[in-house]
Ligand binder design. Structure first.
Ligand code: SAH
Ligand code: SF4
Length: 344
């Protein structure tokens, strides 16, 4: 047993405790639990941001439909398959295909073909994660049958009232939860996550986010700091002074604490050291690994498109490969969630 209880009240206390020694003991405890349960190795998911065209209008996101300043792109099927092939040759065990949300038949069938072709060029070896938003059960099934086996759909904020403040009225928290259920039904390893340091968000909300992940018995998690994008409604609300967000330093620390607490609560899941951490600190991802994360997602999007997948400010300046110090990498391996394996 460790000294970090995970009932709601204790989680809130841990999230609010900024004592340096407490925080470093929390990170160390989480890292020990990770190493004992799933080992030291970190697994790679090459991130392919295949398009920034999006039907949705989330108030925080730079590629929301309502941002006329976003320079829209869609990478060709051949270029995507080629990038995936290169990643495979470099020893990546898996890739993650991410994009804005679309429901048109052209997009759905393009994704299906891409999955099949990537499976072909890698002789079935490359694992495929998708992060393509809310879809119907039949679309999720189609992509699963084509060869994808993990899906990342963040709940963004588990508190429906907070979710409501971050999205237009036609975006539904209940629908998002329903989609997480569909993903499980379709057979995927299911990942979710939240943004940390959002306006209006309390330590109680963050504790509930962790409990939501545990209660859903999630297989993988990608969560990271909220980062403002200058051309979004949420940034305008914050700069009007109506509400504020924690400082960069606080958001970094809170994000690392969320990783550590979740690792203590769910020792055998996959937890990503997310890209957004790196915007706040060049060593952000390495720090997350030392606080319990075991997945890194280096960007393998073809460079011509990379500057335009701007979910938040500061993203375009990031380098492909994060600083990982002495960290041991599991090349050529899927690095599946042990939680998923033991449940199935
Ligand atoms: N459209 C898909 C996948 C792409 S967006 C979807 O929304 O699920 C991927 C993630 O980027 C979102 O889940 C959200 O959590 C994150 N994101 C978007 N804008 C952000 C911002 N301003 N700061 C931090 N993360 C952001
Ligand atoms: Fe679209 Fe995802 Fe951004 Fe929302 S977060 S606007 S769904 S890309």
């Amino acid at each position: 047993m460790n000294n970090f209880p995970t009932d709601k009240e204790s989680l809130v206390k841990s999230l609010e405790n900024r004592d340096k020694q407490f925080v470093s003991e929390l990170f160390a405890a989480a890292n020990v639990i990770k190493e004992k349960t799933i080992g030291k190795k970190v697994y790679l998911r090459g991130l392919l941001e295949i398009s920034n065209i999006c039907e949705k209008n989330c108030f925080y996101c730079g590629i929301r439909r309502g941002n006329p300043l976003a320079n829209r792109y869609e990478i060709s099927e051949d270029a995507i398959v080629e990038s995936a092939g290169n990643a495979y040759e470099k020893g990546y065990g898996s890739i993650c295909i991410q994009a804005g949300e679309r429901h048109d038949e052209a997009f759905i069938s393009k994704v299906t073909r891409i999955i099949r072709r990537i499976k072909e060029v890698s002789e079935g070896q490359l694992g495929i994660t998708l992060s393509l938003g809310e879809q119907s059960l039949s679309v999720y099934k189609k992509w699963f049958e084509a060869g994808a086996h993990r899906y990342l759909l963040r709940i963004e904020a588990s508190n429906p009232a907070l979710y409501g403040k971050l999205h237009p009225a036609d975006h539904s928290h209940a629908e998002r939860v329903k989609c997480l259920g569909y993903l499980r039904e379709a057979g995927y390893q299911v990942g979710t996550g939240v943004m940390i340091g959002l306006p209006w968000q309390t330590a109680g909300d963050l504790a509930d986010d962790l409990l939501f992940m545990r209660d859903f018995d999630i297989d993988m998690v990608g969560m990271g700091p909220y980062l403002p994008h200058e051309d979004t409604p949420l940034t305008k609300i914050c700069s009007s002074g109506e509400v504020s967000i924690p400082s960069r330093e606080e958001r970094l620390e809170l994000s690392l604490k969320m990783v550590a607490l979740l690792r203590i609560m769910m020792p055998d899941i996959n937890i990503a050291a997310t890209t957004a951490l790196e915007v706040l600190d060049p060593k952000g991802r390495e720090k997350a690994i030392l606080a319990g994360a075991n997945i890194v997602m280096p960007n393998i999007t073809p460079t011509a498109a990379r500057g335009d997948y701007n979910l938040y400010d500061g993203k375009k300046n990031l380098t492909e490969s994060p600083a990982l110090g002495e960290i041991e990498i599991g090349y050529n391996q899927w690095g599946d969630s042990l939680r998923f394996k033991s449940r199935v």
